[in-house]
Design a protein around this ligand. Structure first.
Ligand SMILES: [Cu+2]
Length: 321
């Protein structure tokens, strides 16, 4: 899903056509991921797009740009043509009974010595929040496992029914959990467990998808209907600049967040070959923005291929560095 998709095809022996088109949304992302090369359009229907600035899912495909090499030797013409965008029908995820589904498990580990992140100063309500909070942009366990990385299968059109729900809690002036993952249409709520005002503000590609004032303890607001598009939702508290979180809204339930050991598991996967992407929010400190919020480098993704056999158990490990 990351970055551009690129396609290379022969031109009847007379050169080469390279078609590049922008990703149609998806969790875009990054930096460490090589572009995907494929002979056909990737079936991703949007998915999770990279950084917070990535565009949300579009049902209108991005216009490809064709760059053609001329047939005559010695002469190379570069022709850039903008092809009108075609309207692709929005494909809804279809829930089916998955027979002989397989599992995918693995680890996300930090390679080398992780950076030490400075604690974040608290600007108000210090009687409740304390003076500072540890940054959760990178949480690495003693075993090197990275907590809060997200693993997802791309382009799964049919599969298991989503289960569970997401509850994003404002708890002791932190978002719990710092990273959550859900599926479009699955129940999601925001809660305030503190007796002070939190204002939970979610952005998808810089567009507000929810903006919730939660002045009361144990207040709860349902945001299921606000999460209509897959993508990476950056969550901030307008009252407390040290508070930030990420909610990954995927286009299928084949998504998981790593635990404190960097372990993930995804089950009931229909047999087949998939692209699997690991997303992490980014963690190299960049300073603070105008509101005093800590900033880190861009989210990063790594994409790998995996084949799931009927009733099989596949393993994939990812390294963050
Ligand atoms: Cu707050």
């Amino acid at each position: 899903m990351n970055g551009d998709l690129a396609r290379t095809a022969n031109c009847g022996g007379c050169g080469r056509i390279v078609a590049r088109h922008a990703n149609r949304g998806g969790i875009g992302g990054v930096v460490s991921t090589p572009p995907m090369f494929t002979l056909a359009r990737h079936p991703n229907r949007g998915g999770i797009g990279g950084d917070a600035a990535s565009p949300p899912m579009f049902t209108v495909s991005s216009p490809p740009i064709f760059i053609a090499k001329a047939c005559r030797p010695g002469i190379t013409l570069l022709v850039a043509a903008l092809v009108l965008a075609t309207v692709a029908p929005a494909v809804a995820y279809e829930e089916i009974v998955v027979k002989d589904g397989g599992t995918l498990g693995g680890h996300v580990k930090f390679a080398g010595t992780p950076p030490t992140l400075e604690p974040l100063p608290v600007n108000k309500n210090r009687d409740v929040c304390g003076d500072r909070k540890a940054s959760e942009a990178l949480v690495v366990g003693t075993d090197g496992g990275v907590r809060g990385a997200v693993i997802f299968l791309e382009g799964v059109a049919k599969g298991k029914k989503p289960t569970g729900e997401v509850l994003l809690d404002n708890h002791k002036c932190l978002f719990v959990s710092h990273v959550t993952a859900t599926t479009v249409g699955t129940k999601a709520r925001v809660k305030n467990s503190d007796g002070i005002l939190h204002n939970t503000h979610g952005f998808l590609a810089k567009v507000t998808v929810f903006n919730l004032a939660l002045p009361n303890r144990d207040q709860m607001i349902d945001i299921t209907k606000r999460l209509t598009k897959p993508g990476v939702v950056r969550v901030l508290c307008d009252a407390h600049p040290h508070m930030f979180a990420w909610m990954i809204v995927h286009d299928s339930p084949y998504v998981a967040v790593t635990d404190e050991h960097g372990v993930f598991k995804i089950d009931s996967i229909p047999a087949g070959t998939y692209k699997v992407t690991m997303w992490h929010e980014g963690f190299r400190p960049k300073g603070v923005d105008k509101d005093g919020r800590p900033t880190y480098d861009e989210p990063r993704t790594i994409t790998k291929d995996v084949t799931i056999a009927p009733n099989g158990a596949a393993t994939l490990d990812f390294e963050l560095r």
